[in-house]
Design a protein around this ligand. Sequence first.
Ligand code: NAD
Length: 356
Amino acid sequence: MTWQFEHVTLGQRVLFGTGGAARNLAAEVARLGANRVLLVASEHEDQLAQEVTSRIDVAARCADVAPHVPVANAERARAQAAEAGADLLVSVGGGSTTGLAKAVALTTGLPIVAVPTTYAGSEATNVWGMTESARKTTGTDDRVLPVTVVYDAALTLSLPAELSVTSGCNALAHCVDSMWGPQTDPIDAALAGEGIRALANGLPLVRKDPEGLVGRERMLYGAYLAAVAFASAGSGLHHKICHVLGGAYDLPHARTHTAVLPYVLAFNAPAAREAAARIADALGTTDAVAGLISLYAELDAPRALRDAGLAEADIAEAARLILPAVPAANPRPVSEGEMTALLTAAWAGQDPAILT
Ligand code: NAD
């Protein structure tokens, strides 16, 4: 079959430099000619934010960060940006922090310079998300894509090993889902393959030596590739499942992605041979599912959704909520019974191979 595809590369400047965040941020603020910076960083991220912004003037600071960006927090942050006369948003933190800056950019059009401190990857996508009354709404808008990303692996050293693993598996999930997302194309698959390679290389290094910078650098590089691939390919089955679970049952983001990923891979792999072969190759093995399970074992990554907080009694309802969101282009059709079986296996942390 001949290739037919349309690929959009989002325009963004990336400054990658270990130990160089404060210097790179100051240069970028000067280049953009910004005078009134609104810093977005949670209380937990205060120390990192102080280091990173040590060479710039900060007009105001918003610490109103909460998981999944509640609409009320977004509105307060927007009011703060207006009150401060902000001309630039600088976010220093994980995906929740980047998400709050994006919510401000969505309505104000203010540019964002993002300084990520986890591997969530939100900094490289034009996707925003907000929650209201336990319902998560997401959308795409180029106004929320940070104009610049400042990567500094030293900022992720304080991320505890376990959170590093689940955050890294969240990035792996971006790569895997990009193989069959609704707008996937060969460019996304290439980026995702290299992302998996970098993450599979970096994750064990970080698990063994959380203070080591080499593993941290590889993970940031992999997380960026993962997010770029995902921004183009769009949400596949994995993200649709996690989106519903996160929004309806308030489950922790990275942990939920970590638990669900092996089961979606096991379910789709038999119907997506080329994607499975690429994933296996990137994991340095011949079987994608076995390769992922072996990586999880090496990382001691959490597998059971019940440990992430999902109640067994909610599985049937969750399956019903997820089903209408399953992308039509998913390599394998999903019945309600199959979705229930997938969630049940993930809930119990069973061997994912039972789904293949
Ligand atoms: P998070 O931002 O909620 O951070 C988790 C915890 O880690 C927080 O307590 C935070 O303060 C802390 N933390 C962050 N960096 C740290 C560091 N270097 N050292 C120590 N502690 C640190 O979690 P996350 O997994 O980064 O992001 C999840 C959110 O991002 C979700 O809301 C998700 O929907 C969103 N997300 C959005 C996109 C997108 O494209 N829009 C992509 C991925 C994730």
